[in-house]
Design a binder for this molecule. Structure first.
Ligand code: 1HN
Length: 349
């Protein structure tokens, strides 16, 4: 698009703009170059949150406000290029949520979808439409759009997870709805593990409808199983030059992504891995599960260790390095972009 911004409009043009402004009109030619950039132009910056730095704030918040009072006791991971906008990429929200032993976070539902990636502690549960699932580190848990959900921690230790929500995507469509449940804790309607048995054993109950619409009927993908799949994959196949061994969490009813708006992935990097540069149009949030290494994002280098979170903006070149065998969880808006035919990547030749 050959549109060259004018340095300063002439007096006659400015006069025209001023008069039309009163009638809610504006000249496209003054903004065209910003509206349609040659390449992705995002205010989103690369950033890393060290869990070691975040955890003390989270625990202090745990002393100052209960989960019940807060509704959700979360520290938002605000992208440094978009402070005050409650987002980590241009399209996604992320935060670290704490629930202490004995606490509950009250039940509600909303049109926004959420994922939980468990970062620290075991023994808390989340309930989705009448079924509870117990959290363990590394589990990938989904709260599908418009499902009743609440959390509780009947265990002995603080539990912390990374929340990812499609808040900005739903907001862009003006399709936000929220409703509190009549009681703080929703009744349990099925035994724990019911969804995994019905939908997660490469079997489907004959005649079953998708209980969560376009979202996977499996709402907990336990780390032990995902980790084993990665280990087996790595035994028989060479790593990808950019991603190592990378798998996507899928919806068993469709073979597509587990969530309609958010793609979630788990990848293994061998010790000593020095990945090639890769970029894609989906800004991506990473949570470090095992190992250590560095993410080179553009010309910045971020060293990571387990439980750290980092973000890679849309179209920023990423190179992953692993000092030890490393496992990374990640999520992005890729399913949205795929559905609309927008997703692009650039791999080394
Ligand atoms: C929400 O419902 C949860 O259910 C977490 O745990 C974070 C951020 C914004 C809006 C709703 C949860 C949220 C949220």
């Amino acid at each position: 698009m050959a549109s060259v911004p004018q340095p300063k409009p002439s007096a006659a043009r400015q006069d025209l703009y001023r008069r039309m402004d009163k009638d809610d009109l504006a000249p496209l030619w003054e903004v065209l170059h910003d509206l349609i950039p040659d390449e992705p132009a995002t205010p989103c910056k690369p950033a890393l949150w060290k869990y070691r730095d975040v955890r003390p704030y989270l625990m202090e918040a745990g002393k100052l406000i209960t989960a019940r009072e807060a509704i959700r006791r979360v520290l938002i991971l605000e992208n440094p290029g978009m402070r005050g906008e409650s987002c980590i990429t241009q399209s996604l929200y992320a935060g670290l949520q704490l629930i202490l032993p004995g606490e509950i976070a009250p039940s509600h539902r909303h049109s926004q979808s959420a994922l939980r990636f468990i970062v620290e502690g075991s023994g808390a549960y989340t309930a989705v439409d009448g079924e509870r699932t117990t959290m363990h580190p590394g589990d990938f848990i989904i709260t599908p759009s418009w499902t009743w959900h609440d959390h509780g921690n009947p265990g002995e230790e603080p539990v912390v997870w990374l929340d990812g929500l499609d808040i900005r995507i739903v907001q862009a469509f003006g399709a936000q709805f929220h409703e509190p449940f009549a009681q703080e804790v929703q009744p349990v309607a099925r035994s724990e593990g019911a969804s995994a048995a019905r939908f997660g054993a490469n079997l489907l109950p004959v005649g079953a409808d998708a209980p969560f619409g376009k979202t996977s009927p499996i709402f907990n993908y336990p780390y032990a199983r995902s980790r084993e799949a990665l280990a087996k994959l790595a035994k028989d196949q060479a790593p990808d030059a950019c991603h190592g061994w990378k798998m996507q969490f899928i919806n068993p009813m469709t073979g597509g992504p587990a969530m309609p708006t958010i793609g979630a992935f788990l990848q293994l990097l061998p010790k000593g891995f020095g990945g090639q540069a890769h970029r894609a149009t989906d800004g991506t949030v990473y949570s470090v599960v095992e190992g250590s290494g560095a993410a080179r994002i553009g010309d910045e280098r971020f060293e990571f260790e387990p439980r750290d979170t980092f973000v890679v903006p849309s179209w920023a070149p990423l190179r992953l390095e692993a000092a030890a065998e490393t496992v990374l969880f990640s999520f992005s808006d890729r399913p949205c972009q795929d559905a609309l035919g927008l997703w692009r990547e650039a791999r080394p030749a």
